[in-house]
Design a protein around this ligand. Structure first.
Ligand SMILES: Cc1ncc(COP(=O)(O)O)c(C=O)c1O
Length: 136
């Protein structure tokens, strides 16, 4: 994409962070997982709901609140999530590194749990998946 960017982050009409082009957005500040509220022009994704469920399971606090664009420059971690993107950590925003520019511990933990859950490996999330049996 233009100027080295790989994805767009969409803002609300009043300039708050809404989401990616086809993903919801999470940011980590001081150990708290923060995501824009459903009233901030987002598509309420099924993966977003899943991430919130995983965070509760892992004991990671979640806050749904408005996010300022400048917070993305100050926070510890950002990741996008969606059916297509799954859990996709963001290394930089506006050419500024997010945190130390590497995958952060919370995105890693959420991502690992997500990939195990969608493969039916975790009994706690078995209700997410439907077994498919080979016919005769
Ligand atoms: C604008 C937008 N936001 C978020 C999402 C993520 O939704 P889901 O997790 O249900 O795939 C999508 C998915 O297509 C989308 O188009």
């Amino acid at each position: 994409m233009l100027n080295g960017f790989e994805e767009a982050i969409v803002l609300t009409g009043d300039g708050h962070v809404a989401e990616g082009s086809a993903e919801n957005l999470f940011m980590v500040r001081d150990g708290v997982l923060i995501t824009p509220p459903v009233t901030d022009d987002i598509l309420e994704g099924i993966t977003r709901a899943g991430v919130i469920e995983i965070a509760a399971h892992l004991g990671i606090p979640v806050k749904e609140r408005q996010i300022d664009r400048s917070e993305l420059y100050m926070c510890d971690e950002v990741f996008l999530c969606g059916t297509g993107a799954q859990i996709s950590p963001v290394a930089s925003v506006d050419h500024r590194p997010v945190g130390d520019g590497r995958v952060g511990p919370i995105a890693r933990q959420i991502g690992k749990t997500y990939f195990d859950a969608v493969r039916g490996k975790l009994p706690e999330f078995r209700h997410w998946v439907t077994p498919v049996y080979k016919g005769e």
